[in-house]
Ligand binder design. Structure first.
Ligand code: GMT
Length: 378
C-alpha cells in the first residue's frame, strides 16, 4: 500500500453540477486507494456507481416541522457530520463550497472536540452566492478562514476569492480532473445517424441552463454557423433558460437543427458525437465539461471568462473570445469544422493536455498529500 489509510468524510451537493461530479469521483478514487470514504449528503451522489466496500453513504434528512418556516438542513448536516465523525473516527472531512458546507463542518468539529480536520474546496459558487446576497459575505469568509486547508479549482478563482473575500487565507489551486478511462473518444458510428446526416456537423452544449451559461449565445452561434455549413446542435441538460433557447430557435426557424436531449448520464458518448463543444459562459470558475470534451478529443469554442483559459488552451485545444462575441465564436467554430488538419491537431492537443494537466490520478495524489499534511497538523 501507500502508507497509512485515512478515514475521509465528503460533503457536496450530490447533483449533476461539476462540483458534485468532482466530489464523487474523488471519493471513488480515494476508496480505490484503500481509504475509507464516508459521503454525508442529502441524496445518493448520482455518479457513485458500483459497490465498493470502502465507500459508505450517510443520508442527511432535514425534517419539515410545522414550527419551522425553513427546514434546518444546515443544522441537520452539521449534526450528522459530527455523528459520522465520532462513529467512524474520521480523520478529515472534505467539503465542497464554503456555504453552507464549511460552516456545517466547523460546527461539527466544535461538537466533536476538534477530533478531525476540515478541507474546503471552492468551486466558484460561493462567489456567485455572494454576488446575489452580500449579507452572506461574512459567513462565507468565516467558513474559509476556519477551514484547516482551502483549495480552489483555478488560479482565477483564487484571485477572485482573495479580491472579494479573504485576502489573508492561503488557498491552494487544485485543478479538477477527468478519468480518461471513461472520457476518451468513443465509437459512435452506430448512433451518429440518429442525430445528423453524414454531411452535417454537430455542435454540442451541456449545462444546467442558468443565466451565466448564456444559452441564447449558443443559439446565435448555431444560427451563424448553419448559414455557412449544415449543422445540428445537441442541447443536453435542463434549467431556467431552456425555454428561451427553444423560443429563439423557433423564431429563427432553427427547430429542425436543434435536438433537445434533457438530462443525460452517459455524456462521454454524447460528447464523442460532437465536432465542437460550445461554452460561451459569462462566469465559469473551471468548466469541467470543457475538460471532459477535451479528453474526448472535442475542441471547445467559447468565452475567456474565469478559469476557462486555464482549461482550454486558446489557439491549441479550442478558441476563446470575449463574453458575448458570438461572431468571433461562430467564425472559430466554422474554421474548426471546415479545416480537417487544424481539427485533428486541436483534437490531439486536447487529449494530450487533459492527460498532462488534468489526469485523475495526479490530481488525486495532490488531494491525498493535502489530507496527509492537514492530518499531520502541518
Ligand atoms: O456551473 C454550475 O452551475 C455548477 C457549479 C457547481 O457548483 O457544480 O459549477 C462550478 O463548479 C464546477 C466544478 O468545479 C466548475 O467546473 C464550474 O465552472 C463552476 N461553475 C461556475 O463557476 C459558474
Amino acid at each position: 500500500g501507500r502508507g497509512k489509510k485515512m478515514r475521509i468524510g465528503i460533503t457536496c451537493y450530490p447533483s449533476h453540477g461539476g462540483s458534485g461530479v468532482v466530489a464523487t469521483e474523488l471519493g471513488k478514487l480515494m476508496a480505490e486507494r484503500g481509504h475509507q470514504v464516508h459521503f454525508v449528503t442529502y441524496d445518493m451522489p448520482f455518479r457513485l456507481g458500483s459497490f465498493n466496500h470502502n465507500i459508505h453513504y450517510h443520508e442527511v434528512e432535514a425534517n419539515r416541522y410545522a414550527v419551522f418556516r425553513y427546514p434546518p438542513y444546515d443544522l441537520a448536516l452539521a449534526s450528522r457530520m459530527a455523528q459520522v465523525a465520532k462513529l467512524h473516527s474520521l480523520d478529515v472531512i472534505h467539503v465542497h463550497y464554503a456555504v453552507p458546507h464549511a460552516i456545517c463542518a466547523y460546527l461539527a468539529k466544535e461538537m466533536s472536540d476538534n477530533s478531525f480536520k476540515v478541507v474546503t474546496t471552492l468551486h466558484g459558487t460561493d462567489i456567485t452566492v455572494l454576488g446575489e446576497d452580500p449579507s452572506l459575505r461574512d459567513i462565507i469568509c468565516f467558513g474559509i478562514r476556519q477551514s484547516d486547508a482551502v483549495t480552489a479549482v483555478s488560479d482565477d478563482l483564487i484571485r477572485q476569492t482573495k479580491e472579494l473575500l479573504c485576502m489573508d487565507k492561503p488557498i491552494e489551486r487544485v485543478y479538477n480532473f477527468v478519468d480518461q478511462r471513461i472520457y476518451s473518444p468513443q465509437d459512435v458510428k452506430d448512433i451518429r445517424l440518429q442525430y445528423a446526416q453524414p454531411d452535417e456537423k454537430i455542435l454540442l452544449h451541456i449545462s444546467n441552463f442558468r443565466a451565466v451559461k448564456r444559452v441564447p449565445d449558443v443559439i446565435r452561434i448555431l444560427d451563424r454557423v448553419h448559414r455557412h455549413t449544415p449543422t445540428k446542435l445537441l442541447l443536453v441538460g435542463e434549467g431556467p433558460y431552456l425555454s428561451q433557447a427553444t423560443d429563439m430557435a423557433e423564431e429563427r426557424g432553427l427547430m429542425d437543427r436543434v435536438v433537445f436531449l434533457g438530462k443525460q448520464d452517459k455524456v462521454a458518448k454524447l460528447i464523442s458525437l460532437a465536432d465542437v463543444f460550445l461554452l460561451p459562459s459569462s462566469k465559469e470558475s473551471f468548466g469541467l465539461v470543457a475538460l471532459e470534451a477535451m479528453a474526448c478529443g472535442v475542441p471547445t469554442v467559447g468565452s475567456n471568462a474565469g478559469g476557462i483559459p486555464e482549461v482550454v488552451a486558446d489557439g491549441k485545444t479550442g478558441f476563446l473570445s470575449n463574453v458575448g462575441d458570438v461572431d468571433a465564436m461562430a467564425d472559430h467554430a466554422i474554421r474548426l469544422l471546415t479545416d480537417p488538419d487544424l481539427y485533428r491537431n486541436f483534437s490531439e492537443n486536447g487529449r494530450a493536455r487533459a492527460q498532462e494537466h488534468f489526469c485523475a490520478e495526479k490530481i488525486a495524489d495532490q488531494y491525498e498529500a493535502l489530507y496527509k499534511r492537514v492530518i499531520a497538523g502541518e
